[in-house]
Ligand binder design. Sequence first.
Ligand code: PLP
Length: 377
Amino acid sequence: MADRIFLSSPHMSDEGYEMQYVQEAFDTNWIAPLGKNVDEFERELSAKVGSKAAAALSSGTGAIHLALKAAGVGEGDIVFCPTLTFSATANPIIYLNAVPVFIDSNYETWNMCPKALEQAFEKYPNVKAVIVVHLYGLSADMDKIVELCKKHNVALIEDAAESLGAYYKGKHTGSFGDYGIFSFNGNKIITTSGGGMLVSDNEERIAKARFWATQSRDQARHYQHSELGFNYRMSNVVAGIGRGQLKVLEQRVAKKKYIFEFYKKELGSLEGVKFMPINEWNEPNYWLSSLTLNGPVRPLDIMMALEKENIESRPVWKPMHMQPFFEKYDFVGTDVAEKLFDNGVCLPSDTKMTDGDLERVVEIVGNIQIPKKQYFI
Ligand SMILES: *Cc1c(COP(=O)(O)O)cnc(C)c1O
């Protein structure tokens, strides 16, 4: 059996940048807590995305939790959240005993539909915060979404976990809202093995998030706490990996784009195949090359044919309003996210893939046989 091809797996730099920073932490015995790598990773990442401040955390999920908290979300508050996303976007709303209302996607962006968002504002004028996601590294329609949030004076949080290195009209995703979050989980475009970052132009709120993330220790010699605390800080070793990975982010985006264009050229003309939308205002990071199928070949046919050859692929995210845990919450929209889920598939987009690997995938997908019977009925 040929070597497994992964959907998106960790890819350390050829130059060994990560080990240099990790080694420095070991040499100085400064592996935890915090330290120079953490400070520098925060500085380097905020410079990259164009935010004034950043807090390095143990996960993207933790970053969403603290962003919601920083935005003042508490018990019983309503938070708008895209339905088409990974559950980590929605879970922190529940951590705070707040109430998610799920918003549909549009076909133009696959992300939050501004029209559905507008309807949601009419239905829930007392909403406390909006989370927008940039799925698969495609940016949402930010001009319209920012305008709506401003009009209603509601905090905007960008879940940019999948979109580091992706821009909307030349401005980095994650820098439009009051808060932005990034993830360095193992399958993201760069990884620290696990970690996250909260960014904002509001330095005071970021300082507060750091305070919450280190058990809310008051300024006192003895251990004193006036607020609930969390253990959410990133370690100095992990931040060293992040600093090294950040140096190759552009390389990774270039390779992801190459993978997407390879697939599009080879598979784009197959019957019923439509690749994820690249808008003229969008400079994606192409995290996962995804497509929808409207012909006789179904996503499962592709996933099963690839799996037989030891190649990983996956469906598009199952919408939150269709999840057993979340289905009791309200949903505003039609069937767009549901259709994207029914018809969507994410092809392997691992940056370590060779042209030979890409050809293997294309050949398998291109050769899927549709049961002949269908043509004779
Ligand atoms: C990965 C991901 C997260 C969570 O990040 P972690 O670092 O794994 O906690 C949140 N939202 C989206 C859309 C993601 O893809």
